[in-house]
Design a protein around this ligand. Structure first.
Ligand code: CAA
Length: 250
């Protein structure tokens, strides 16, 4: 099959720790990329634009709140009008509200579910029809090793990330005959702000349990997302690819 590098990709959480690196890897592969993220911080957006300036407009920022279904619909229409049809969707938007269940408030639970799991439905729903009509699509959901193992203090996050695996496999079955693949990547602990927020002593204990002996680099994850979103990866669907330095072996 001839590779079409200019395919349009949307990356949610596009200006976040893993998201930026995913945008960069897709752009290096020749994709046009829309980095979709909250627009609450003009400084953060300006920094992102500077960080990707070498790509000369191949990576564009668009505002999006994945937790809001109507905002996702409006975003999809805007992307279609300004950039064209979306071939690749990377659902990378994610937040943590870590606390033990005994201290967890409904808001901690709801915030995480709305962004990390509802967000995947909200946006996939916008693009799947078009992908099926055009007989090509790649959806890559960024899950987590903690969706596979559970993590102390993360009943909300682990539930959302495990839910993402079920979503991935079910949707993969629904669209497999239409040239659309749906996979997840489960990163382990990587050098992102999210991981750097963990209290140092706890983080050091976690690092000591990673067989390769280090945190992952965002590039370790982005490389795998790029692989799964390639035209040639059409026989991989409903899979979950762990990228965790051996922290959890299934
Ligand atoms: N396993 C078993 N028991 C534990 C434990 C663990 N991992 N950690 C703490 N405990 C015990 C404590 O010793 C304490 O016991 P006592 O009540 O007998 O003293 C009890 O559980 C309560 O612990 P804390 O008082 O420490 O609870 P806390 O509310 O202060 O802290 C927490 C809870 C904020 C969740 C903290 O444990 C923490 O930050 N943990 C790390 C969570 C984590 O790994 N998050 C990942 C974020 S990055 C990410 O999610 C990206 C990705 O996908 C990989």
């Amino acid at each position: 099959m001839a590779q079409n590098p200019e395919r349009l990709a949307v990356v949610t959480g596009g200006i976040g720790g893993l998201g930026t690196e995913i945008c960069v890897h897709l752009a290096r592969a020749g994709r046009r990329v829309v980095a979709a993220d909250l627009d609450h911080s003009p400084e953060r957006i300006a920094q992102f634009r500077e960080d990707v300036s070498e790509f000369n407009g191949q990576i564009q920022f668009e505002a999006l709140n994945v937790a809001d279904f109507d905002d996702c619909a409006e975003f999809a229409a805007r992307v279609h009008a300004h950039h064209g049809a979306v071939d690749i969707l990377v659902n990378a938007a994610g937040i943590t509200r870590d606390t033990t269940l005994r201290k967890m408030e409904a808001q901690h639970w709801n915030d995480v579910m709305r962004v990390n799991l509802d967000g995947v439905f909200n946006l996939s729903r916008q693009f799947v029809d078009g992908m099926c009509d055009r007989q090509f699509g790649r959806i890559v959901n960024i899950s987590s090793v903690n969706g596979q193992t559970g993590q102390f203090g993360q009943t909300n996050y682990s539930a959302a990330k495990a839910g993402m695996h079920g979503f991935t496999m079910a949707l993969a079955r629904e669209v497999a005959r239409k040239g659309v693949t749906v996979n997840s990547v489960s990163p382990g602990y990587c050098k992102t702000q999210m991981v750097m927020k963990i209290p140092e002593a706890i983080r050091n204990d976690i690092i000591a349990k990673i067989p390769v002996g280090r945190l992952g680099e965002p590039a370790d994850i982005a490389r795998v997302v790029n692989f799964l979103s390639a035209d040639e990866s059409g026989f991989i669907t409903g899979a979950n690819l762990p990228v965790n330095g051996g922290y959890f072996m299934d």
